[in-house]
Design a protein around this ligand. Structure first.
Ligand code: GLN
Length: 307
């Protein structure tokens, strides 16, 4: 691949994106998240040689929210392999991330691991495997982002836990079908902690470089996943990673990605780099408005996507 001047491209995006920053709404159904200013924008690219390119608030920590679903799935997939697909599907849901409607018809098996129901099942798998699933995931994230200082935002975790009626309903419902093995309260505790992990855009861009590198950490070659599993995970990101906007996102951006209601979106350019953009004001679908546009600009300007 020809070398790209990623810094110049990010600078260009940062200038052009300014009028879009703050368009949309900061998530408020988790009260603590509503305190975040919509005026933030940061973007980072980490290539497979470890070079970092960044603009704006790329080194400010934010709540990773549903991006944690990608890391929880990676860890569960690493530990259990294809057995996980007996309990969670691999199809886009076409419904909002916190919807319950499909669960009854589909006997408590969530459509995919990136909607809340699916992530609760994945968290349940981690709860079976570890005494403290939240700490196991944190350690794993620290390892793949090469940053031992990553931690939880306790206030966000508490805020979500106190308002988790909907996730609680989902968890109980799945338990009634036998698809949750641990106590609902324990799974919700771990899930809310996972969502409340805080990272910077730079941390997150680095944390997905293994997916751009065939499953191996670029700095030491350690395999997080084998090549085929990394491909499959990236495929799931493309089809299910941005909730029920995944089709439009693939159309506009053309990269595997995973978003969170904290306003972060991670994306993977296979063979090249990990990317993360953060801007807290969201579109109706729960994806960052400026973030989605910035990723679209990136693939337009570089002419690179997976297609
Ligand atoms: N913690 C959030 C929830 O469970 C995560 C949702 C998201 O980022 N889409 O509702």
């Amino acid at each position: 691949m020809l070398d790209m001047n990623y810094q110049a491209i990010l600078d260009h995006i940062y200038t052009d994106i300014q009028p879009q920053i703050g368009v949309g709404k900061v998530a408020s159904y988790i009260p603590e998240l509503a305190k975040v200013s919509p005026a933030h924008f940061g973007m980072a690219i980490v290539d497979l040689h470890g070079n970092v390119y960044a603009v704006g608030d790329a080194n400010t920590v934010f709540s990773i929210q549903s991006i944690s679903k990608l890391f929880a799935l990676t860890l569960a997939f690493h530990l259990q392999g294809d057995a996980i697909w007996l309990r969670v599907g691999r199809e886009p849901s076409g419904n909002p991330f916190n919807s319950l409607v499909q669960l009854e018809r589909e006997a408590g098996k969530p459509r995919n691991p990136f909607i809340n129901a699916g992530a609760l099942v994945v968290t349940d798998m981690l709860c079976t495997r570890f005494t403290h699933a939240e700490n196991a995931l944190l350690q794993f994230i620290r390892k793949i982002s090469h940053n031992p200082d990553i931690g939880f935002d306790e206030a966000v975790a508490k805020s979500e836990r106190n308002t988790s009626d909907r996730n609680s309903a989902m968890a109980h419902f799945m338990k009634s079908f036998g698809n949750l093995h641990n106590p609902v309260e324990a799974v919700l505790d771990a899930y809310c902690k996972h969502c409340a992990i805080t990272m910077t855009a730079t941390d997150l861009a680095r944390a997905v470089t293994f997916l751009a590198n065939g499953g191996a950490l670029p700095w030491n070659g350690d395999a997080v996943l084998d090549k085929s599993s990394a491909k499959r995970l990236s495929a799931l990101m493309l089809t299910c990673g941005t909730y029920d906007a995944a089709g439009d996102f693939a159309f506009r951006v053309g990269l595997p990605a995973k978003s969170g209601v904290g306003g972060g979106i991670v994306a993977v350019m296979p063979g090249e780099c990990g990317i993360c953009v953060w801007s807290p004001a969201l579109e109706e679908t729960g994806n960052s408005h400026a973030g989605s546009l910035a990723l679209e600009m990136l693939t337009n300007l570089t002419g690179r996507s997976i297609f």
